[in-house]
Write a protein that binds this ligand. Structure first.
Ligand SMILES: NC(=O)c1ccc[n+]([C@@H]2O[C@H](COP(=O)([O-])OP(=O)(O)OC[C@H]3O[C@@H](n4cnc5c(N)ncnc54)[C@H](OP(=O)(O)O)[C@@H]3O)[C@@H](O)[C@H]2O)c1
Length: 355
């Protein structure tokens, strides 16, 4: 908030799946007000309702429906303090630095700058201290900055393993993902590819899981992050669920804790921002289920308004010591909700500078 007034917000890629989720989540938000929406040349100049094939069950918010879609150029968003980016990575790579150079705070879903040395790869509960990178970044840009959230399958995994890393120390880990179709965006795979099928390849996804986790759990110092030394091996699959990425994890922990020890750590975890009262914070970032057949995407993806990671089946692994399943909502916690929580932390820390 600026005094009593909400911050003025723009959404880049507002017509896409992540952009639509942002539009939905920002309706009636206490700190943020959507002033502008942007998309490609195909959509620019049209009313948002005409340019968007709306894919969510709730109605499109009336005050956004009539907004004229803008081009994704910094000069066209002069009236916004913060822009959320739901742009495809190649487009984001070109556009986001221009917005930062023009003084905007850019809170991005794209992978374009996740590995840049002075760009925080942020999960508020896990590594809020990584916002310390912004001092170096702002010196470079002259005022604005980019903050990114991790890949949609990394966020759930990082939230679930961060407390285990803190309590015991992780040596090695193998993760197998079963990822929902919505993770591939509005123009995702065709029905003929997905029905009666599982696709055992998602371009770039295994590398993202393996590399991003080491940055998220790394330590910040001297304007950069020293990556954590944990070793991760990922297998990623696209399956025919609509929303919610399910992941099977086997992990080797220091000291060989029992499944009960691990369950207690997960169940009592509250993360590092629980006391801040951020509007999108789930009450519990990790919800532990004790039934033998949970979590399941259809039943559990909306837990904590889609912002909690649901963990179940914590048990012994004959190879690495501990194994469990986790589920997180890919367009909520894994994308739009994750960036919104990041933006709320920026606001709370006084890092949204009026232009
Ligand atoms: N889906 C997920 O679960 C998920 C999770 C985490 C991160 N992400 C990341 O979030 C980003 C958006 O994903 P998505 O699933 O929402 O994709 P999407 O549905 O394909 O939407 C892409 C958006 O980018 C816009 N766009 C495309 N080309 C453009 C250009 N040249 N200039 C300006 N705007 C352009 C599109 O506008 P038009 O409608 O005008 O074409 C649309 O608004 C991607 O970087 C993705 O990797 C997605």
């Amino acid at each position: 908030m600026m005094g009593n007034k909400p911050h003025r917000i723009g959404i880049l890629g507002a017509t896409g799946l992540v952009g639509q989720r942002l539009v939905q989540l920002l309706e009636g938000h206490p700190w943020f007000h959507v002033r502008a929406v942007g998309a490609s040349e195909r959509s620019a100049g049209r009313a948002y309702a005409d340019a968007t094939s709306w894919r969510l069950p709730s109605a499109m918010p009336a005050e956004i429906a009539g907004l004229e879609v803008r081009r994704c150029r910094a000069a066209d968003f002069d009236d916004c303090t913060l822009v959320f980016s739901g742009l495809d990575s190649p487009v984001a790579r070109e556009a986001e630095p221009d917005f930062a150079a023009a003084g905007h705070a850019v809170v991005s879903n794209s992978s374009a700058y996740r590995q840049a040395v002075d760009v925080p790869l942020l999960i508020p509960e896990v590594n809020p201290e990584h916002l310390g990178l912004l001092t170096a970044q702002r010196r470079r840009t002259g005022g604005g900055y980019i903050v990114t959230n991790p890949n949609c399958s990394t966020i759930g995994l990082a939230l679930a393993v961060a407390p285990l890393h803190e309590a015991f120390g992780i040596k090695r880990m193998v993760v197998t993902t079963l990822q929902a179709i919505s993770g591939a965006g509005a123009e995702g795979p065709r029905a003929l590819e997905m029905l009666d099928n599982v696709v055992p390849f998602i371009p770039g996804e295994e590398d993202k899981l393996e590399i991003e986790l080491a940055k998220i759990l790394g330590r910040v110092g001297d304007g950069c992050v020293s990556f954590d030394g944990l070793v991760v091996s990922a297998h990623c699959h696209r399956v025919s669920t609509v929303d919610g990425h399910l992941e099977a994890v086997s992990v080797e922990l220091e000291g060989n804790p029992s499944p009960d020890d691990v369950g207690r750590v997960l169940e009592t975890y509250r993360g590092k921002v629980g006391e801040l009262g951020l509007p999108s914070s789930p009450e519990r970032p990790i919800v532990l289920r004790h039934e033998p057949d949970r979590p399941q995407p259809r039943l559990d993806r909306d837990t904590g308004n889609g912002m909690a990671v649901v963990v179940g089946r914590v048990r012994c692994c004959r190879v690495l010591g501990i194994k469990f399943e986790l589920l997180s909502h890919n367009t909520l916690r894994g994308a739009a909700g994750g960036t919104l929580l990041n933006a709320e932390l920026l606001a709370k820390r006084g890092l949204l500078v009026e232009r």
